[in-house]
Design a protein around this ligand. Structure first.
Ligand SMILES: C[S@@+](CC[C@H](N)C(=O)[O-])C[C@H]1O[C@@H](n2cnc3c(N)ncnc32)[C@H](O)[C@@H]1O
Length: 275
């Protein structure tokens, strides 16, 4: 792939996913585009590029390619501080202020571990508060393949070690082959998954979501785009609702109507002010 072709590919990836692709990642892009291109029978980057940007077949091919160009690294209880803050501070406050069902959204949920982590933590927290499990967690991602894994809710047995023992016993079932486990059906009923590009999140002001988890996604975007996405997400927060970003995903300006949560310590959390 020459520099001109590389320039065209990174512009396409950035336009469609928001991810910036610095020159150091050229080999990542060349390897992954090259592998996919050969799988579908193209010999050169230019004709494959033309295929990807044209018509319905191009759209279908893009859906497969984007899975190769995104990083899906994730694990259960990846950010225990953020989960602890949610359980100890956010949920009691939300429960005090309203009696309706809680809506939780995991943006860039990858293969689902974050979604099931939230569902386990929230179920236990509501149980401690002697409240019924009236909540739902929705996970969204740009990768159809990752969402397929998430929906299946089955993982290699080694991933069990990331889950605290009490939750492992309550929410995980080892499959007969002993090599995999699955998330218990009662917990799976609390979650759903949908295909969504975070660039399409407009500041819609729907104000229906209580908690948004957006972790290890914005790091791939430049500052201006991060800011726009955070504003878009914040527009969906219910008054008192919380947006939790990953460490290092700092945005310079707080969107209107949002403040940095003062009780969050090291966790990067923003709260929609109550009117
Ligand atoms: C590194 S994973 C993070 C997973 C999880 N949030 C965590 O912290 O463990 C980043 C995820 O963001 C998704 N992603 C990348 N660009 C996206 C976009 N424009 N819209 C939605 N999801 C995107 C990728 O497919 C990937 O699954």
């Amino acid at each position: 792939m020459d520099d001109e072709e590389f320039g065209r590919w990174i512009a396409l990836v950035e336009r469609r996913t928001g991810m910036t692709m610095p020159a150091e990642r050229k080999s990542f892009l060349v390897t992954n585009v090259g592998l996919r291109m050969r799988e579908v029978g193209f010999e050169d980057y230019e004709s494959y590029y033309q295929h990807v940007i044209s018509g319905v077949a191009g759209n279908l091919e893009w859906a497969a390619l984007v899975d190769r160009l995104t990083v899906h690294e994730t694990r259960f209880f990846r950010d225990p501080k953020a989960v602890g803050y949610l359980v100890d501070q956010v949920l009691p406050a939300l429960a005090r202020d309203n009696a309706r069902e809680l809506n939780v959204w995991s943006v860039g949920c990858s293969t689902g571990e974050e979604v099931y982590t939230l569902a386990m933590a929230i179920t236990d927290a509501l149980k401690r508060q002697e409240r019924p499990p009236h909540f739902g967690v929705t996970g969204t991602d740009i990768s159809l393949h990752a969402l397929g894994v998430a929906r299946q809710g089955e993982y290699p047995i080694r991933r069990l070690r990331d889950i605290p023992e009490t939750k492992r016993l309550a929410y995980c079932e080892v499959l007969p082959d002993g090599e995999r486990f699955r998330i218990a059906p009662a917990l799976r009923r609390r979650v759903c998954f949908a295909h969504m590009n975070v660039l399409d999140v407009l500041p819609a002001s729907s104000r229906q979501v209580d908690v948004i988890f957006c972790q290890n996604l914005l790091i791939y975007f430049d500052r201006a785009r991060r800011q726009a996405i955070v504003e878009g997400l914040a527009g969906h927060l219910h008054p008192g609702g919380i947006l939790l970003l990953g460490a290092g995903e700092f945005v310079r300006e707080c969107p209107e109507g949002i403040e940095r949560a003062p009780d969050a310590g090291q966790v990067l959390a923003f709260r929609r002010r109550t009117p």
